[in-house]
Design a protein around this ligand. Structure first.
Ligand SMILES: [Zn+2]
Ligand SMILES: [Zn+2]
Length: 244
């Protein structure tokens, strides 16, 4: 399993693109989330308009899905013919369809490739991956993801504080990407995780390695210091690549 971090930023990050990763296995590449600042890095990373086979969305916030319409338009312009599957919960599909309408994009009329909606469920599969999901505590429904293939496990939190269900989902992951806004809980941000809630995951959940993303710029230095000396726990950086 080949994981590449396209972006690790939070919603309004001046330095990093919005959080988004690709996960590849056996010639199949899945894009997780496509926020408003992701398309340029997506295009720079993958010149081939058919490089992505499917997209899955954790939730409907702009920093996780507002890049989809420009990505589709560029892939169409660049000659994509390969069908594309969108794996989404029902509420995300409704909002993405509004986004298409707002952007004047009718997928059936305007795209030279088939776009297929697939319902994201508690258990299912995407290409070669067995996929299970669990809710986190976020301002809108967010689905943390667990991808399994070839005996390896990659987990991705999307946004939100961990829940009992998401912690169970992450158990035993070889690599976990978890959002982490700050070192300590911030009262005004009840729907985002902090390091205090996550630091014990490697020991408690048997997580092999953990990368924190969606970090507040003002908290980066403090989080770097707090992660120092904790094996397997680091801040994610754009371009980070992991082969499991
Ligand atoms: Zn976000
Ligand atoms: Zn969010």
């Amino acid at each position: 399993m080949d994981i590449l971090a396209l972006g690790v930023g939070e919603a309004a990050d001046a330095d990093f693109p919005n959080s988004s990763v690709t996960v590849a296995e056996g010639g199949f590449r899945l894009l997780i989330d496509c926020g408003h600042s992701v398309p340029p890095v997506l295009w720079r990373t993958f010149a081939d308009p058919e490089a992505v086979d499917a997209v899955v969305f954790t939730h409907r916030h702009p920093d996780h899905c507002f890049g989809l319409v420009p990505a589709l338009i560029r892939w169409a312009d660049d000659g994509r013919r390969k069908p594309l599957d969108l794996h989404v919960a029902a509420d995300v599909r409704r909002h993405l369809e509004l986004l298409f309408a707002a952007g004047g994009l009718d997928p059936e009329r305007d795209l030279p490739f088939a776009l297929t909606w697939r319902e994201l469920e508690e258990e299912g599969s995407i290409g070669p991956f067995r996929v299970t999901t669990a809710p986190t505590r976020h301002a809108v429904p967010n689905w943390a993801l667990r991808l399994e293939a070839g005996g390896k496990v990659f987990a991705y939190s999307g946004d939100g504080r961990p829940t009992g269900q998401s912690e169970a989902l992450f158990r035993g992951a070889d690599l976990l990407f978890h959002e982490c806004l700050s070192v300590h809980a911030v009262p005004s941000q009840p729907h985002h995780a902090c390091l205090d809630q996550l630091a014990a995951f490697p020991q408690d959940l048997g997580v092999g390695s953990m990368r924190l993303y969606h970090v507040w710029a003002s908290e980066r230095a403090a989080l770097e210091r707090a992660c120092a000396g904790r094996p397997g726990l680091e801040l994610a950086r754009p371009g980070d690549r992991f082969v499991l």
